[in-house]
Structure formats: structure tokens, C-alpha cells
Design a protein around this ligand. Structure first.
Ligand code: UDP
Length: 323
């Protein structure tokens, strides 16, 4: 299938593009290149546009026709939780106008398959350590709200005009499937930790008094290559039949604490570094990991990589980055 990947020049999008090629699909990237990098795309065609801009619908319809697109994987979004709290209107504008423009163009051009990149941030701060997809979503920041509303938009398009669509709720994505596709953003724990080590600073641990076995926060870290493969499984699922909008958690089902991540960094790299126990970060849930029964049963997808695989692949990839 010819698949448009929005956010295709990003860290996750570029892994999805590689996975599509391996599976025999023909990806086309769409990206505004504000945080994406063209070098990640190789010979994949690029449609360069801000999806949330007023003229995007016409550009999309033209691109759908030119490339004979039959499906969309929609990853392009602003994704900084902190920034979303400071600039909610910007997050609503960026993350929701883009979905609206896409849906209008897809309906006009009769593109009937869509995988929507959602997030564990839709759950907010659950009072259970492991969430399944039926858990009542109560996002606690505008970023999570835009992802939940995006899911509702998928469900409405499915009901109204039969869009075949799946939403994937990503947990904590990290690692690198290819050395040239590292997560260079320094926005999440593992890249932040390696950045601190490189700058000879202590890694900050946000809270050591959480109600968890070792007192630090627990998350479900998923290797970006496993995540990319989940999109291929989702596309296969869509192509089988027309069905209702479905939501799937994408995680490993196993939580790792911040201290376990730090230990993995020590084990994998052998590097010496300091850690600093600092107060809790507001808004963090103590423990959040995915119940993955639904995706394993329905899509036949299962994460293959361990936490050490994630950490070592990130380390190898950033070691290869140009200074
Ligand atoms: N964290 C930390 N120190 C940091 C960055 C993150 O202890 O410098 C913790 C954070 O409190 C959370 C986990 O690492 O428990 C993952 O945080 P991240 O921001 O990567 O993802 P989130 O789970 O918030 O989406």
C-alpha cells in the first residue's frame, strides 16, 4: 500500500517509514521539518507542509491523488506536555486542526485507512498501576486532551463515513532501530540521562518517595522498533475488514523504575556518573504501564526488546551522531 506518514521525518516517523518499506509498502513522508530532519528520509518522497495551516487540505488532496495514497499513519503533533500547559491554544490549534484537515482531505479523496498516533497521556493519572484500554480516560494536560479528542474524531469518522481507523496509545518510547535515527530531542528520561552524562552533570531523579518498590516512578519503556512494527500490524488489521474504531495500548506490559533505568545505563555503558535525588515532578503518576492483552490477542503483536536493548541502542545511536 502507498501510505502517507505525517511526521515522517521525526524520530518515530522515520522508524515507521523504514518498517513500512521492510513490509513491502510504499511510504510518502509529510513533515513541516520544524523538529523533523530531512536526512532521516533517504529517498522517501517528502510533502513539506504544516498540516494545521489553512491551505493544508488542498495540498493533501493533491498529494493523495499524485501518490495514489490508500492509507495514512498520522504521527505529526506537538508533544511537549509542559509546553502544552503553557500554550494550550497552540496545542489545540496544532494537534486538532491537523486532524481536521486530514479527515476533510481523506474523505474528499476517498482515502479510507488511518492509524492515529495516540498516547498513554490520554489516561491522565490512573489509580491502577497497569491500565487497559477501557479505563476511563481523564487526561491531566492539554497534550493528553488533544490526543483523546483525536481518538474521538477517529471514532466519529468511522461511524459517519466508514473510515477504517485504529488508535495506538504509545507508552514511553525510546531506543533506536538504526544508528542514524536516534532520538536527538533530549525531552525524555533516557535522552536526558545520556545528555547529563555527556555534560558531566548529575542525572536528576524526580522523587524517591513514591509508593513503588524502590521509591522512584515506574513507566513502561517500549523500543521504537517494536512500536514501528505495531503500525504495520495495525495496517494489516485494517485491511482485513471494515470494522469499528479500535484503540490499542503499545507497551511491553512491564514497568521499569527510574532507578532501574539508571542501573541499565550503568550496566550497558560501564560509564561513571552521579545521580541526584530531587523532589517529585508535579503531575507525574507514580506508576503507569500498559495492559497489552488486547494488542497481543487482536493484532498478534508483542514487544521483543528489553530495557537493556533500548538503552544500548540509544547509546550506540547517539555515539554516532555528528558533534
Ligand atoms: N524523570 C526523571 N528525571 C528526568 C526526567 C524524567 O526522574 O530528568 C522521570 C519522570 O518523573 C518519569 C520518568 O522519568 O517518572 C519518565 O519521564 P518522561 O518525561 O521521559 O516521560 P513521561 O512518563 O513523563 O511521559
Amino acid at each position: 500500500m502507498k501510505i502517507l506518514v505525517t511526521g515522517g521525518a521525526g524520530y518515530i516517523g522515520s522508524h515507521v517509514i523504514r518498517a513500512l518499506k521492510v513490509a513491502g509498502h510504499e511510504p510518502i513522508a509529510l513533515d513541516d521539518l520544524t523538529s523533523g530532519k530531512q536526512v532521516r528520509l533517504g529517498d522517501t518522497p517528502l510533502v513539506q507542509i504544516d498540516l494545521a495551516s489553512p491551505g493544508a487540505t488542498e495540498v493533501l488532496i493533491d498529494a493523495f491523488r499524485e501518490y495514489e495514497v490508500s492509507g495514512v499513519i498520522h504521527l505529526a503533533a506537538r508533544k511537549s506536555v509542559g509546553e502544552s500547559v503553557e500554550k494550550p491554544e497552540y496545542y489545540y490549534q496544532q494537534n486538532l486542526h491537523s486532524v481536521t484537515n486530514l479527515l476533510v482531505a481523506m474523505r474528499a479523496a476517498n482515502v479510507m485507512n488511518m492509524v492515529f498516533s495516540s498516547s498513554a497521556a490520554t489516561y491522565g493519572s490512573p489509580d491502577v498501576p497497569q491500565v487497559d484500554e477501557d479505563y476511563n480516560c481523564r487526561p491531566i494536560n492539554p497534550y493528553g486532551e488533544t490526543k483523546l479528542i483525536g481518538e474521538w474524531m477517529m471514532a466519529a469518522a468511522n461511524q459517519s463515513w466508514g473510515l477504517r481507523t485504529v488508535s495506538l496509545r504509545y507508552f514511553n518510547v525510546a531506543g533506536a532501530g538504526f544508528e542514524e535515527l536516534a532520538d536527538t530531542a533530549v525531552a525524555n528520561l533516557i535522552p536526558i540521562a545520556f545528555n547529563a552524562i555527556a555534560n558531566k552533570k548529575a542525572i536528576q531523579i524526580f522523587g524517591s518517595d513514591w509508593p513503588t518498590p524502590d521509591g522512584s516512578c515506574v513507566r513502561d519503556y517500549i523500543h521504537v522498533q517494536d512500536l514501528a512494527d505495531a503500525h504495520i500490524s495495525a495496517l494489516e488489521y485494517l485491511s482485513q475488514d471494515s470494522r469499528e474504531h479500535s484503540v490499542f495500548n503499545v507497551g511491553t506490559g512491564t514497568g521499569s523504575s527510574v532507578l532501574e533505568v539508571i542501573q541499565s545505563i550503568r550496566d550497558v555503558t560501564g560509564l561513571e556518573f552521579e545521580v541526584d535525588l530531587v523532589p517529585r515532578r508535579p503531575g507525574d503518576p507514580a506508576a503507569l504501564s500498559a495492559d497489552v492483552s488486547r494488542i497481543e490477542k487482536t493484532l498478534g503483536w508483542k514487544a521483543k526488546h528489553t530495557l537493556d536493548d533500548i538503552v544500548s541502542s540509544h547509546y550506540r545511536a547517539i555515539s554516532k551522531q555528528p558533534l
